[in-house]
Design a protein around this ligand. Sequence first.
Ligand code: MIG
Length: 699
Amino acid sequence: MIKKYVSGTPINTDAIINQKKYENHSLASLSYFNFSTNKDTLTLSYPLSKEDAIYGLGEANRGINKRGYRYSSFCSDDPNHTEEKESLYGAHNFIIVDGLKTFGVFVDCPSKVEFDIGYTEYDKLTISCVSDVAIYIINGNSCLDIVSQFREIIGQSYIPPRWAFGYQQCRWSYMSAEEIRNVVKKHREINIPLDAVYMDIDYMERYKDFTINNDTFPDFENFVKEMQSSNIHLVPIIDAGVKIEEGYDIYEEGVKDNHFCKDAQGNDFVAAVWPGYTHFPDFLNSTTRKWFGHKYKFLIDKGIDGFWNDMNEPAIFHSANGIENAINLLRDIDTKRITPYEEDEVEKLFKLKDALGNLSNQTSDYESFYHNMDGKTIRHDKVHNLYGYNMTRAAGEAFDEIEPNKRLLLFSRSSYIGMHRYGGIWTGDNHSWWSHILLSIKMMPSLNMCGFMYVGSDIGGFGCNTSRDLLLRWLAFGIFTPLMRNHSALGTRQQEVYQFENTEEFKNVIDIRYSLIPYLYSEYVKSALNNSMYFRPLAFDYPEDEIARDVEDQLMLGEGLMITPVYTQNAKRRYVYLPEDMLYIRFKGYDKKEVKVLEKGHHSIDVALDEVPLFVKKNHILLLTKPEMSTADLNYDKFDLYCYNPDTSSVTYKLFNDDGYSKDYMNPENFNTLQIEKKDGNIEIKAATPVHLNMNIYE
Ligand code: MIG
């Protein structure tokens, strides 16, 4: 049951689309929380009991259980995801309090929201935000039930095309078509499967959206075709800022038709990003969304079928004001007085250093531009968290018109709940640190709670230099994330798998992904259609198990799997907790696997660098296909079937298997029901649509 409480006059975010599913109540009758209003701030507080765990917040720092720290929803381009950071790129204000009482809370607020989850006082949860806000309280009989009710009101999650489940290679600094060709060639030479290569900002002409550098990417349409013929999809980046340049059509149209955010004087707001000075399209305006969204057609017409939206917090390197301020500080320094040491003059130098260090993403800049939300002028900071969401919505809505029956790949850096209907997200600029593998593991179920299903982190780490073992371990986790993309920053060590010795080991890991694709894709689509979670904390599946409730480095996946990634340098084994007896598959490459039943309880399992452990729950069917060089080459109706079926006589599995790109998901022909039956010691398998199955049943 969902209750909506309204305080003041909230700005509509379009996060909730299923209005029939909740009741309206006045704030005075708010359940669970005490609330107080002070000026324009609303504060909600809830006394936490010893056993309460707090889940949610999507893309946020620290644990799956968020208790003990504080978090701030304010979409931020911060490339240093160290533990103390309170804001990352997304604003996902949904939490579940699970313990003495179990309920969900969604704070539908487009500006900053602060969550103090037992930080100031360990036994107190405090949420504060502006007083014009809508709050939803969700009651249910379990965390899973609460999540599915929430997901029902925010609407069905985005489903990408099937090829987007393939392995994808990116790097900031692929400078030319030639370089991309080489990336593909190198993967093919060593038999490593690959489905996509990304084009970062360098494919554009002077970082201008919807342009192509014809010198470095000549005859682009044919290049796209050539890549397609080897089953490689090219995925270009689109940045939020539009370069100010006379003669550039997007800039000129935007100015003429008032598509850009305005400053206080009513001029188009200016901020510096990669292209130099830019204007920000007003994605909160429906006319502008339509205009910008249809610009993607320029690339779609050239055969492109996937995009990633970047810099849409929006990131600001500096504004004209910020630079002016720094220059004035510089002018004020009497350089002759710095040496010999004159304290007051040196102080000015440090002030200048601070001013230069703090030019980016300044609150004062976010307070100095305005949106036209379909007739209403609103200052940016009051709707800050909706910007990236609406950039991606612009694209998603336009894709529905440009390609009505074809799914395109789309994901974004910044997001708000609601955007999950239009695309996925990647978790931004992480580092090649072991701790960031673990952080990524922890983010996945929290993101699923908020509707974000097509998710993944930069495998190998984006910032700083990776190492071979780190990349292998990260890949061994990444083979389970819907978005499986290796990405790294300009200037860092190159980390395509072929840069390292003994690539057989990489093949052993990546092949397992391809062998799992029909199954993972099926689990993904079903989770999206049923509003269920693809990744879950163990606590959600085993709420009565005290030990399971504490586990934050293993995840439940789909209906019947558990994964236990290794994220420690030099580790040859890891500790695993089994909340029940399970089938343990130890992959040493696709062909070499060891399969046995492991009992409920504590285990130490050996995991060599190129191995992947996978656990299958009792009475569940896992299907594996033979790995190939791309998703297009995979066989989708011939499987090795694995099942641990000790006691029951019948096990069924619903396999989703469509053409991989059309939107006709619900067509019953896409679902094949497999059923194992035991009769008089014989095992029989039935399939609604015939498939070839090689049975491996463990009793
Ligand atoms: O200021 O386009 O998160 O994935 O490679 C950096 C260059 C801009 C940030 C993205 C990253 C991308 C990079 N971008």
